[in-house]
Design a protein around this ligand. Structure first.
Ligand code: AMP
Length: 388
């Protein structure tokens, strides 16, 4: 998700610049000021409550703003990203935005601070006032809006500067030049955005081999919990022995063992473009853990893929694999194979269902040759309609 907040005093050009950003980056635009003006025009209770405050150039209450933003975000939860104009406008609203982003399983990508001296703001707003029809575009109210900005809104910058998300742009230049500067910031942020893929499928669906190939193709770090646990077994560590006995009884390895291993992998990955997770998350609890692990790195899930293979074909493949040297410790007998399929059905299918509701899951037909399935997955990777 690409989530941008456009920041700056009244008259900085937030509305003007938003139009192009929304189009170029396919974002959902939310201007709290615009929504409030619409509510006022429709004489709704919310509009009536805000009217006198806006007319005086003050800031409406955080309660009203939360209602507006929450409704917009909930109505548009499938959006690829949001562009916030006029929000957050107080230090409190910055925290509110954090909470709303968690709800969306995303985070604010950057805040772009459009800088203009006060007199330029006043001049532009007076000019706009000649045609905007806005009751708050007159000199007395403009001065009040700027005072509110200096007192209540400027502290928001501190919040984002501390998080390293604030980018200053000189907004006194021409509209085109300012847009170029904004675009530079966004492109730079996009290059930093990690591509995080989760690949699902029943055991035997080919998610391991496909995931590994996908990682190579897109320059991602392949994080497969199975092989990570096997490394421990092979090293015959205490942890390895514990894992072995869990495998022998066909049980899932507890989160206390898996999570630190994944955490270490993410931390040690260095300069990668993103991660592809296979075999994790396997339970609803683990799906929350993954959100937490990614959020710690200012990141989130970008894509969820499920490879779909009919059950009989799965059993045929697993049985065939058990007779080769690719046999995994956990597919050496029929009861173990059945147990793993069952674990997937009971514990992992609800996770896929959750992701489907949240962001959509790209369903891949897993029948056919490796290359055929691989081509289908690549097509899904390019298709942005399943990007959370
Ligand atoms: P704008 O269109 O962003 O200049 O907003 C016009 C007016 O709406 C402001 O002067 C405030 O009275 C009110 N307003 C807009 N957004 C907010 C916000 N996030 N918090 C408080 N008041 C707001």
């Amino acid at each position: 998700m690409l989530n941008i907040a456009l920041f700056g005093p009244p008259g900085a050009g937030k509305g003007t610049q938003s139009e192009r950003l929304v189009e170029d980056y396919n974002l959902h635009y939310i201007s709290t000021g615009e929504i409030l003006r619409k509510e006022m025009a429709e004489k709704t209770p919310l509009g009536e409550e805000a009217r006198s405050i806006i007319a005086a150039g003050g800031l409406v209450s955080d309660e009203i703003i939360v209602q507006i933003i929450e409704k917009f975000i909930t109505d548009n939860h499938q959006a690829k990203g949001f562009l916030f104009d006029g929000f957050p406008r107080t230090y409190i609203q910055a925290y509110i935005l954090e909470g709303l982003m968690i709800k969306l399983h995303g985070s604010l990508t950057c805040l772009i601070n459009l800088q203009v001296p006060e007199e330029v703001s006043v001049e532009r707003l007076l000019q706009r006032g000649k045609s905007s029809g806005r009751s708050d575009d007159n000199e007395v109210v403009i001065r009040n809006r700027l005072r509110e900005y200096n007192e209540k809104t400027l502290p928001v910058l501190k919040f984002y500067k501390e998080k390293g998300l604030c980018h200053d742009v000189d907004a006194t230049a021409s509209i085109d030049a300012v847009y170029e500067s904004i675009k530079e910031v966004v492109e730079q942020e996009l290059r930093k955005t990690l591509l995080n893929v989760v690949i699902f499928g029943y055991p035997g669906s080919g998610r391991g081999s496909q995931g590994r190939a996908l990682a190579v193709k897109y320059g991602l770090e392949f994080v497969a919990t199975g092989p990570m646990l096997e490394e421990e077994i092979a090293a015959n560590t205490e942890l390895g022995k514990k894992i072995q006995s869990l495998y022998d009884s066909g049980q899932l390895v507890p989160d206390e063992i898996v999570v630190p291993l994944i955490e270490r992998r993410i931390e040690n990955a260095g300069d990668v473009k993103g991660f592809i997770f296979k075999g994790f998350p396997r339970t609803l609890v683990q799906s929350y853990i993954l959100d937490g692990l990614l959020e710690k790195h200012g990141s989130s899930i970008s894509k969820v893929i499920e490879i779909d293979v009919p059950t009989l074909e799965l059993i045929r493949r697993l049985d065939a694999r058990s007779k080769t040297d690719r046999c995994m410790p956990y597919d050496s007998s029929t009861p173990k194979i059945v147990k793993r399929l069952e674990e997937h059905e009971i514990k992992t299918v609800p996770v896929i269902r959750k992701y489907n509701q949240l962001h959509g899951v790209a369903q891949i037909d897993g029948k056919g040759s490796f290359e055929e399935v691989s081509a289908r997955i690549s097509a899904a990777m390019e298709d942005t309609s399943h990007a959370p």
